[in-house]
Design a protein around this ligand. Structure first.
Ligand SMILES: Nc1nc2c(ncn2[C@@H]2O[C@H](COP(=O)(O)OP(=O)(O)OP(=O)(O)O)[C@@H](O)[C@H]2O)c(=O)[nH]1
Ligand SMILES: [Mg+2]
Length: 228
């Protein structure tokens, strides 16, 4: 490019600038804001939000911690059903990461379990400032029957969602790539699914720069052309 040419060629997604801007954004202070136990107790919808949904134990809370580089911001654990509230984390006073209770375990569960899983559903359906839902899928398993229900709900409610593979460190890179390609093909025709599946590892940091950039873009933060 000549120096006089002001227009960069469109880099598609994830230019170096976007990746770097998102790295800086997520290195800013991230704090726990609150946990809501009912939809009437949600915070004002005054900041853009992205939410993390998926089966229990898929790694939602771990991914939030990894994105902000804090090990214990969101409570993660091997015990399914760890997250029982809708938890809000504020990054740099500019956006919120929302940690949802997991689904898909104790399907016959009654009472308490049903209640917090319904809370996650209600949040996802009715949140005006929700810019994107991330549907987390264990890279070792790919999409399962249990993931059909949330995808159908997102499609029906026109909630824009992107599929994220977690725990990529548990597979060989070629295996991750195969699951990623297969998952992309599986969601290609779903109306509300955002194209492109990002493979991540909260342990090793794989895919996190790309996911941070995707979140910043979804929230309209930064100088990307489609952020305006
Ligand atoms: N190897 C590996 N383990 C992970 C990764 N992410 C999460 N885990 C482990 O998976 C388990 C569940 O992680 P959580 O983050 O608590 O899962 P969750 O989806 O928040 O679970 P619920 O709150 O029960 O819905 C923990 O033992 C984590 O250490 C990863 O990228 N790699
Ligand atoms: Mg959790």
């Amino acid at each position: 490019m000549s120096p006089g040419d002001a227009r960069e060629p469109d880099p598609g997604d994830d230019s170096h600038e976007e990746i770097e801007a998102a790295r800086v954004l997520f290195a800013r202070p991230a704090v726990f804001m609150m946990g809501a136990v009912s939809v009437t107790g949600l915070p004002e919808p005054d900041l853009p939000e992205v939410a993390f949904a998926g089966r229990s134990n898929v790694g939602k809370s771990s991914l939030i911690n990894a994105l902000v580089g804090q090990k214990h911001l969101a409570r993660a654990s091997n015990e399914p059903g760890r997250t029982r509230e809708v938890n809000f984390f504020v990054v740099d006073d500019r956006l919120r990461l929302v940690d949802l209770p997991g689904y898909g375990w104790a399907r016959a569960a009654k009472g308490e379990v049903k209640k917090f899983q319904a809370l996650g559903r209600d949040y996802l359906r009715g949140r005006p400032n929700l810019r994107r839902a991330y549907l987390l899928i264990d890279a070792r398993h790919g999409l399962k029957d249990v993931d059909e229900e949330p995808m159908a709900a997102f499609d029906k409610a026109a909630v824009s969602y992107q599929v994220i593979l977690t725990k990529a460190d548990k597979l060989k890179p070629a295996e991750v790539e195969a699951v990623r390609a297969r998952t992309e093909a599986q969601i290609a025709k779903r109306p509300a699914a955002f194209p492109g599946v990002i493979a991540t590892s909260s342990e090793k940091g794989t895919g996190l720069p790309e996911l941070r950039a995707a979140i910043a873009r979804a929230c309209g933060i930064g100088d990307s052309p489609d952020a305006a």
